[in-house]
Design a protein around this ligand. Structure first.
Ligand SMILES: [Zn+2]
Length: 212
């Protein structure tokens, strides 16, 4: 870990962008890339992809573990139907806060989209597939036990989580996102409830060659 020259937050070694403030660590004169989603105040999808790209490069180069999660809010069609736009936006922000509270300081939470079910991404540096399964499990439990204040009748929510880990040298940022969505959909199609374990997702990702 090193320290960001701008916000003094922790930056993973070799990372180009500070995960806290978005400033480039190499070019201090450049303005921070526009990183914030205005609804959730989380990092936006553009930044998430740029950051995940740099983290994948770092993980491959230094043979370090790296995982990514895609989090999908369950029952989104009912939530969309029940809530007006501003109430929904407040709930999306509160869900983001719950996710941030459930991960480590070094993990990065971003908002991806809410065109269909809302999706969030979480980048987990220095985390292998087994660690990602644990993180996903903790995340789901944490959200499921949270009393949401902004969602009207939706005080209790659950999320589904897709997992992907860097597992071979050709894996890039898009591969990781694609695999995370694939494990998300596999879990859903298997008909398991919101408290399912991620053994299946883990065995799916372990078919790749190990990184080290
Ligand atoms: Zn910073």
């Amino acid at each position: 870990m090193s320290v960001c020259w701008s916000c003094e937050g922790q930056v993973p070694d070799g990372a180009q962008f500070c995960p806290n403030c978005g400033h480039s660590q190499r070019e201090r004169n450049s303005s921070p890339i526009f990183v914030v989603d205005t609804t959730t105040e989380l990092f936006n999808a553009v930044f998430a992809k740029a950051m995940l790209g740099q983290e994948v490069n770092r993980a491959v180069r230094y043979k370090r573990p790296l995982s990514a999660l895609v989090v999908e809010v369950d029952h989104a069609e009912h939530i969309h139907r029940d809530l007006g736009t501003s109430q929904l936006n407040n709930l999306l922000k509160e869900i983001g806060q719950a996710l941030v509270a459930a991960v480590r300081d070094t993990d990065t939470v971003a908002f991806l989209d809410s065109d269909g079910p809302p999706h969030y991404a979480i980048v987990l540096p220095e985390t292998d597939a087994a660690g990602a399964v644990l993180a996903a499990d903790k995340l789901r439990r944490s959200v499921a036990s949270h009393d949401f204040q902004t969602g009207g009748n939706w005080q209790r929510l659950t999320v589904s989580v897709g997992i992907a880990s860097v597992a071979h040298e050709r894996m890039n940022q898009q591969d990781l996102i694609t695999e995370a969505y694939a494990t998300l959909n596999q879990g859903r199609m298997s008909g398991q409830g919101p408290n399912r374990t991620f053994t299946e997702a883990l065995s799916a990702s372990s078919t790749h060659l190990p990184l080290v």
